[in-house]
Design a protein around this ligand. Structure first.
Ligand SMILES: [Cu+2]
Length: 151
């Protein structure tokens, strides 16, 4: 093995270690979404700047077009009602309203029955209560929401 490939391998190993430690630092919060249109976790307490991984599994026997869930955390000051309304109409973008992207701190993909989606993000530095919700049509109105309490 020449010097050049040794350096390449060393760089690759360092990169792997960096990826692993970043993943290890993130706290994983598992939750489910059901046909009852509720998240199993309704409140998440976090430290400012903490790395969080939300792992959302949808429990349903319905078709994905009829029943799916996502996890969307809103920035402070966002109006959750109008965000959810815009989201419910954004079918082409999996119910993520492109015009309101600046109000999203983090969002997962849509999970149909039996699927699990994951999103990793950094909790805001600013303490406060941040709303999270599912933007599938009708779900927020039915109560599919929760609070990320940064304190
Ligand atoms: Cu939902």
């Amino acid at each position: 093995m020449n010097r050049r490939s040794q350096i390449r391998i060393a760089a690759l190993l360092l990169a792997l270690v960096a990826v692993r430690s970043a993943a290890a630092e993130s706290r994983v919060i598992e939750m489910t979404g059901t046909d009852a249109l509720q998240f199993s976790v309704k409140r998440i307490e976090a430290k400012p700047g903490e790395s969080l991984t939300i792992r959302l599994t949808t429990i349903s026997k319905m078709a994905k077009t009829e029943m799916a869930h996502n996890f969307v955390v809103l920035a402070s000051g966002a109006n959750a009602d109008s965000f959810a309304m815009a989201g419910s109409m954004a079918r082409k973008t999996d119910y993520i309203p492109e015009a309101k992207r600046d109000q999203i701190l983090a969002n997962s993909a849509l999970a149909g029955g039996g699927e699990t989606v994951e999103v990793t993000f950094t909790a805001p530095a600013e303490p406060g209560d941040y709303t999270y919700l599912c933007t599938f049509p009708g779900h927020f109105v039915a109560g599919m929401k929760g609070i990320l309490a940064v304190q």
